[in-house]
Ligand binder design. Sequence first.
Ligand SMILES: Cc1cc2nc3c(=O)[nH]c(=O)nc-3n(C[C@H](O)[C@H](O)[C@H](O)COP(=O)(O)O)c2cc1C
Length: 152
Amino acid sequence: MNLEEALNYRRAVRVFDKNKPLDPEKVKHCLELAALAPSSSNMQLWEFFQITRPELIARIAGACLGQSAAVTASEIVVFVTRQDLYRQRAQSVLEFERGNIRRHSPEERQAKRIRDRELYYGKLMPFLYARCGGVLGVFRALLARGIGLFRP
Ligand SMILES: Cc1cc2nc3c(=O)[nH]c(=O)nc-3n(C[C@H](O)[C@H](O)[C@H](O)COP(=O)(O)O)c2cc1C
């Protein structure tokens, strides 16, 4: 099945057959594919949890207002945004980028490219994601509006 066929075929399932067990390996593979999704600056500020314990599924189904899809699901995957992980993730992407540059960039360009990435992930990302009790958010919003005034 190609992508177009898959898009035409897929639909929202509202009731699951409890007698048809899921293949855990297939679910795992789907999650591995989901992890390939692009994200802003490759920060991947998300986590997902594969919920298989019936008592936890029942609680989540309650949070889903008892919708039949959740009530009849034998597994639920919960996607969570993790803004708080920005330092670790910025560090990981920086390490990845350093390796990438060393492997693929012409030698004479490597030092500058690495410096650029260090600035981006070492300074800009922490500035953009840090909260400082909401103070930085207000400052960032004002800064973005100020910059917007000078853009066509
Ligand atoms: C972000 C999002 C939230 C949704 N929430 C619900 C939901 O709470 N309950 C539900 O039955 N379907 C939900 N749906 C499914 C949509 O109703 C469904 O995709 C749409 O009606 C089109 O139907 P199809 O997916 O079968 O083509 C949601 C879909 C999206 C993308």
